[in-house]
Design a protein around this ligand. Structure first.
Ligand SMILES: *Cc1c(COP(=O)(O)O)cnc(C)c1O
Length: 393
């Protein structure tokens, strides 16, 4: 057969489409970029000697972050997991409670529930958003819970289901209207895990500002980074005050006395990390534009590849396109690992979705609903190189 007429195999097509956008490998999955005032602010921070948890960069980072997002308050902390832990605690999650979280998430969501001595209760996702399916959750709660003294009680375990923590997977906003209605109707506190969705908007409003609180992560692989870092977003002044108090060892302000009025945490973001964050925030609009451009270029490159679909932002939403995501046709799910191997062998770092939470040893006995869609998604989903810097290659 003439080589020109030989159709490319699916792995060959995918490698060619990625190469057409990002050039020759090796290319990482997601790398930070430091194109602004990072060195300047870090030097300023070192020169000030205020490198730890007190300093002007932390306050400035919080104010500028809140302003960018349109939240009344942002409280900076050491990482996104700590932010989730404190947000759940402030939402009233107590020992022996259950908390609804997607099975399709990063382990931090489940870990934070466990830090409260509560039990994660895994719920299914929908293909449209990759996030929690509100209609399926409503139907499940209707059949399996009852209201006792205005609390949602799981009939099977007798435990109170205290909160619902949807996660905006890879930056794509979940169905917030649907989930806010479920949270309202079943008396659940809604805390958004917005770790992946800085710069993502649902109906024109920034993710993480819809629930009682939202949490962000500034880990090295996220849209912007502070090295390690996280934040709680809230429009409630009292929750913001309490979050800052709890994360600064619950010490009462005093010139010399060390009096702590509850068990607090040493979770405050250090000034050094916040200095990096202030410079990164200045770059955020440019990074979001670059990631959107990268999406468009991938979309052009993948249009002729019939068996995979590039995940686009849900209707009436704006995604930050944190990680670009390919969805493999369900019939070809058995090809996923072949594709992962071909792309990684070609120097393009790709990876599958996380192993679902209920399949991890520490969470295998936790309660869960039918997880058919999350299971399918986890078999068909592949993240491809997504750094903002790739838009300019
Ligand atoms: C990154 C991330 C977090 C928080 O992670 P840290 O590394 O602790 O900052 C939480 N949830 C999700 C879904 C994440 O992707």
């Amino acid at each position: 057969m003439n080589a020109v007429n030989t159709p490319l195999s699916l792995p060959e097509q995918v490698v060619a489409a990625i190469r057409a956008v990002v050039g020759a490998g090796p290319v990482a999955l997601h790398e930070p970029s430091f194109n602004g005032n990072e060195w300047l602010y870090l030097k300023e921070c070192l020169d000030s000697t205020f490198v730890s948890s007190v300093g002007k960069f932390v306050d400035r980072f919080e104010a500028e972050l809140a302003a960018f997002i349109g939240a009344k308050h942002a409280v900076a902390m050491v990482n996104g997991t700590a932010a989730l832990h404190i947000a759940l605690k402030l939402a009233g999650v107590k020992a022996d409670d259950e908390v609804l979280i997607p099975a399709l998430t990063f382990v931090a969501t489940a870990n934070a529930v466990s830090y409260c001595n509560a039990t994660p209760h895994f719920v299914d996702s929908e293909a449209r958003t990759l996030g929690v399916d509100a209609a399926k959750l409503r139907d499940y709660l209707t059949r399996h819970t009852e209201q006792r003294a205005s609390q949602c009680v799981n009939r099977a375990t007798g435990r109170v289901i205290r909160a619902l923590v949807p996660m905006h997977a890879f930056g794509h906003p979940v169905d917030l209207d649907g989930l806010l209605a479920v949270a309202h109707d079943f008396n659940l506190a809604l805390v958004e895990d917005a770790a992946e969705s800085l710069g993502s908007y649902y109906h024109g409003r920034h993710t993480g500002t819809f629930g009682l609180m939202g949490t962000l992560s500034f880990n090295g692989n996220k849209t912007i980074t502070t090295g390690g870092g996280g934040a709680i977003l809230t429009n409630d002044a009292e929750l913001a005050r309490h979050a800052k108090h709890l994360t600064t060892t619950a010490k009462l302000p005093h010139a010399w006395e060390y009096r702590h009025d509850e068990i607090g945490y040493n979770y405050r973001m250090p000034n050094l990390n916040a200095a990096l964050g202030c410079a990164q925030l200045e770059q955020l609009p440019a990074m979001l534009a670059a990631k959107r451009e990268l999406f468009q270029r991938y979309q052009t490159a993948f249009t002729p590849v019939a068996d995979v679909k590039l995940m686009a932002e849900p209707e009436q939403c704006q995604s930050n396109y944190w990680l670009q995501t390919l969805l493999l046709d369900v019939e070809l799910a058995d090809q996923r690992d072949v594709l992962l191997k071909a792309t990684n062998d070609a120097g393009f770092m790709t990876r599958p979705a996380w192993i679902l939470m209920h399949e991890l040893t520490p969470f295998k006995d936790c309660p869960r609903m039918d997880l058919t869609v999350a299971q399918l998604l986890s078999q068909c989903l592949i993240n491809i190189p997504s750094s903002a810097s790739l838009a300019h290659t």
